[in-house]
Design a protein around this ligand. Structure first.
Ligand SMILES: [Zn+2]
Length: 267
């Protein structure tokens, strides 16, 4: 065999090896969602909490507390598909409030009103009945959720109905909850961002996006996660849009993630 022929064979083998290597790398990099489900008992009722993760891991976690807010579920899924990270959601048959049974009685609460003792008491009363043993049970559920959010920047996603809850409320009857408000007259007032982070507020105002900064001293302690985060120095952002405003919620969430990747805001 001539040396030219040997060189030719050698070149082909090398090219095949390179191709094999490239295909292996691409295959091993193909990203997949990893879903884990945690079952938490409240009284004798089983609540499923789902965590969807995808590489790369990120410093934030998306959170959907209200299972009736399906636009938020779509947004969080899209965001995880596009940029990795994780998404925690409560499975509650597409309902907002969670109903459970304890000692043959039924109780109900709003899962975003359980992060303080006065909040739990109020939401149980508003949705039926309250007693101390029941508060303990709901508090245990809140602690389980908080343990799954630990050390993360929380990006909560919520949806509202047209005209019922908006950025303008923070200039009116919810005024005392806000340290500062910025309104873009062109945006829908139902689409806005609510945050505990002053740096994030300033950056969003600079981008002319509807935004509310929570006043941690004055805010009513209704047991919302934002109040808990404000009091515990946790960066919390809620991307709140009207039901069905899928593209706007996706756009706003993308803006928030870009800002969160700046070093100042996470510190
Ligand atoms: Zn909600």
């Amino acid at each position: 065999m001539s040396s030219r022929l040997i060189k030719g064979y050698f070149k082909i083998v090398l090219q095949l090896l390179l191709l094999f290597f490239t295909v292996s790398v691409i295959t091993s990099c193909a990203k997949k969602d990893v879903t884990s489900v945690k079952t938490i008992f409240i009284g004798s009722t089983e609540i499923r909490v789902e965590l969807i993760s995808r590489s790369p891991a990120r410093e934030h976690i998306f959170l959907q507390l209200h299972d009736n807010e399906q636009t938020s579920a779509i947004t969080a899924h899209r965001m995880v598909q596009a940029s990795g990270g994780s998404f925690l959601r409560i499975e509650n048959n597409h309902l907002r409030n969670i109903t459970f049974r304890l000692d043959n009685a039924l109780y109900a609460f709003d899962p975003n009103r359980i992060f303080s003792s006065p909040g739990i008491k109020k939401t149980l009363e508003e949705n039926g009945q309250y007693d101390e043993a029941v508060e303990e049970e709901v508090n245990r559920f809140a602690d389980s959720l908080l343990s799954m959010l630990r050390d993360k920047v929380i990006v909560a996603l919520h949806n509202n109905s047209n005209g019922r809850y908006s950025v303008r409320k923070y200039l009116d009857d919810l005024k005392s909850n806000a340290a500062a408000v910025h309104i873009n007259e062109v945006m829908d007032e139902d689409d806005f961002i609510y945050t505990t982070s002053n740096e994030l507020f300033i950056a969003l105002r600079h981008l002319n996006i509807n935004v509310v900064l929570q006043d941690h001293e004055q805010v009513e302690d209704d047991g919302s996660l934002s109040v808990y985060c404000g009091r515990n120095q946790i960066v919390y952002v809620n991307v709140e849009t009207e039901h069905g405003h899928e593209e706007e919620q996706y756009r706003l969430t993308k803006v928030v993630l870009n800002l969160l990747s700046r070093p100042l805001i996470n510190k």
